[in-house]
Write a protein that binds this ligand. Structure first.
Ligand SMILES: [Zn+2]
Length: 146
């Protein structure tokens, strides 16, 4: 059934931990006990696909995905980074940037897969929002300067 009301949790965010925000996008930290290095890069306007963006906007989006990846690698030193963009449940453009450890709850499955074990993360896996935001700012500056 078609409805005239439109509800999107990414258009009307509630209680987000925003680490970075500019005119086009924001980077938030996902609150997940098993995944303390889980960032989400969210385009501000409600668009569904990367190809809805202009070439310049796509580049900015991917630069911030890369900055998020670099910040996680620097801060948390994971075994692997996972990048994903689905939007099947929430069709508002966003990328998942997730620090993974061989000892995490789902490795080597995706974090949405079948759990493999109880999570046992190394001590350095849990960093403050401030430390991650600082690393993100530095990584974004490096990338913009290249
Ligand atoms: Zn939306």
């Amino acid at each position: 059934m078609l409805t005239t009301t439109h509800y999107c949790p990414l258009c009307k965010p509630d209680d987000e931990r925003v680490l970075w925000q500019d005119a086009h996008l924001r980077v938030i930290r996902v609150d997940d006990e098993d995944y303390p290095g889980y960032l989400r890069v969210i385009w501000t306007h409600h668009v569904g696909e990367m190809s809805d963006l202009s070439p310049r906007e796509r580049q900015h989006m991917m630069e911030m995905v890369m900055a998020s990846e670099e910040a996680l690698r620097e801060c948390i030193r994971p075994d692997k980074i996972n990048l994903a963009s689905f939007g099947n449940m929430v069709p508002h453009l966003h990328w998942h940037v997730i620090a993974r450890f061989r000892s995490d709850r789902h490795f080597p499955q995706p974090v949405w897969g079948t759990p493999q074990r109880e999570s046992r993360l190394p001590p350095g896996a849990r960093q403050s929002d401030e430390a991650l935001a600082d690393a993100l700012l530095k990584a974004a500056g490096r990338i913009a300067g290249r």
